[in-house]
Design a protein around this ligand. Structure first.
Ligand code: NG1
Ligand code: ZN
Length: 534
């Protein structure tokens, strides 16, 4: 009898001489060399589900902010978290096996090693972004899933956070932790209703223009708007760069990564000074805000700004609710956070800051240790999570006066509005709007909270990025030998200087970050460190 796993794997042979790694964001590379990986990911997803007694596992086909010709895939754990690290290693091993027989053997070896009963049902949810290669790659995953005998739910096109939401809903359905209805409509209803409640009748000033990177966020935001309160009462949204019919336009001269990296608005932007804008990335898990000030100068409000805004607002509400003694808020950042943001949180908001390596899974783990953990990467990827105890406290606290009751109600609505399974651009965007409406702040007032240190992020192509090894949350290099000392010397030459280099987890390059008291010094420092890295 022929083995369906061998057949499926041999139907999508691996290109010769390529090494695949399950990195910060799963497997990600040029779409035309991913077929074999996707089939094997289907097998791993089925095994992972069986190892968890048939819990739903998510498979998201996306390459986020990468160019249109790239694609990728990542696995989502039952509560919407990123894949467990041990399984990342197994996925990498599986992806690099040569042919069907080797894969089938590895599959049964894994089952034996982890005591996985292959008769247990396997349940897998799949979705994809709008890339042209998505349909073909979906077929490859389906082949793997079918060969492993998994039950599959295909949601078609979703944003990455919507897929995480579905996974969490499916696994908590009918329990006391039920997260919501596992349908697109359920998602829109949940976040739309929470937005309305959290606003407490307040109306956002002006309108919000949302650049959707010509990705899946466009059509999904258009749908979400139908579930928000009428624009006359709450928020007027203009959707731009939502062309998904032309997949080659994805992330090109638009989107959160373009805006953050180039520190400018998309060239197509037609907004007036002080108009509030934001940009999503290609799979809508990142968002950054920006505007042109009265002098027509571009002003960026990135993930650091969202974190400080949200942390200060939640801190106020916790205090107003009378819960300041029992609930502590903390902020989690990476080394890419602007030094001024870190200082603002510690010295002005008087909150604890943790720094972790790049990649949301690291931030998420650190945030899980806090009562309320606000975590954002500077590029706009992040969310807020509430501990079990905090959720209980907020749910059960008896307010002592109308002021406390109002703050409690806002907090409860925020818990619903924030996608706690993962950073979600659409949910984060609505949260920012709620906070600005409550504070009656313009983007200029939000910007005035602190002044960013000028900074520069460079991408350096090197022969072998794997030789760059780091310590101290990626802020210092331990290899190549002697390089860190040279970087330190350059840093000392500028005022308020800080710089670090690390290998990217998603691209074949080393990233160099530098900040300093002036733009010229920051640029100069970044250039010098890049020279050292080359
Ligand atoms: P790498 O390529 O490892 O720097 C990038 C982002 C991360 C994270 C991942 C996943 C920067 C500097 N790095 O990682 O923050 O978002 O992609 O998408 O923005
Ligand atoms: Zn993304």
């Amino acid at each position: 009898m022929s083995d369906p796993i061998i057949e499926a794997v041999d139907k999508h042979p691996a290109p010769k001489g390529l090494q695949y790694t399950y990195g910060t964001a799963g497997f990600r590379t040029k779409a035309d060399v991913l077929d074999s990986v996707l089939t094997r990911v289907g097998l791993v997803a089925a095994l992972r589900s069986r190892s968890l007694k048939g819990k739903w596992i998510g498979v998201m086909i996306t390459a986020s902010h990468n160019p249109p010709e790239d694609n990728g895939v990542k696995l989502v754990e039952p509560l919407g978290n990123m894949l467990q690290e041990e399984w990342e290693v197994l996925s990498t091993e599986m992806a690099n096996k040569t042919g069907g027989e080797e894969v089938a053997k590895f599959y049964s070896d894994m089952a034996a090693k982890y005591n996985i009963d292959l008769e247990t049902p396997a349940r897998v949810v799949v979705a994809r972004d709008t890339r042209a290669s998505g349909a073909r790659l979906l077929g490859c995953v389906q082949d793997g899933l079918k060969a492993a005998g998994a039950e599959v739910k295909d949601y078609g096109f979703l944003t990455t956070p919507q897929l995480h939401y579905m996974v969490r809903c499916l696994n908590t359905e009918g329990t006391k932790d039920a997260y919501g209805t596992p349908t697109e409509k359920g998602y829109y209803e949940k976040f739309g209703a929470a937005f309305k409640t959290a606003l407490k009748g307040k109306k956002a000033s002006g309108s919000l223009t949302v650049d959707c990177a010509n990705g899946v966020g466009g059509p999904k935001l258009t749908e979400l708007i139908k579930y928000l309160p009428p624009k006359e009462e709450a928020l007027e949204i203009h959707v731009v760069n939502d062309n998904v019919i032309k997949p080659e336009a994805l992330n090109v001269d638009c989107g959160a990564d373009f805006v953050k990296t180039n520190q400018r608005a998309p060239p197509s932007s037609k907004t007036d000074p002080n108009d509030r804008c934001c940009s999503l990335d290609g799979d809508a898990d990142r968002v950054v805000f920006y505007f042109k000030d009265s002098n027509n100068v571009f002003r960026l409000l990135d993930g650091d700004r969202i974190a400080t805004l949200v942390a200060s607002f939640l801190g106020d509400q916790v205090r107003l609710a009378g819960l300041a003694d029992s609930i502590k808020i903390g902020v989690v950042q990476t080394a890419y956070a602007n030094g001024a943001a870190t200082q603002y949180v510690e010295q002005h908001l008087k909150l604890k800051v943790d720094c972790t390596p790049t990649g949301v899974k690291h931030l998420h783990h650190a945030a899980e240790k806090l009562d309320i953990g606000v975590y954002f990467e500077a590029n706009g990827h992040g969310t807020v999570i509430f501990s079990e105890n905090t959720l209980d406290t907020i749910a059960n606290y008896e307010p002592k006066n109308p002021g406390q009751a109002e703050a409690l109600s806002v907090l409860r609505a925020c818990i619903d509005l924030i996608n706690q399974s993962v950073g979600d651009a659409l949910s984060d965007m609505l949260l920012v709007e709620v906070v600005l409406a409550h504070k009656s702040w313009s983007t200029q007032e939000w910007l005035n909270t602190y002044t960013d240190l000028p900074n520069r992020l460079l991408k350096v192509t090197v022969k072998d990025r794997n030789v760059f090894k780091t310590t101290d949350a990626e802020r210092r290099l331990t290899s190549p030998e002697g390089l860190q000392e040279k970087i330190d010397k350059e840093v000392q030459k500028v005022r308020q200087g800080r710089s670090f280099a690390r290998a990217s987890g998603t691209e074949d390059a080393v990233r160099v970050y530098a900040e300093a008291a002036t733009k010229a010094e920051a640029e100069d420092l970044a250039r010098k460190v890049a020279e050292l890295v080359k």
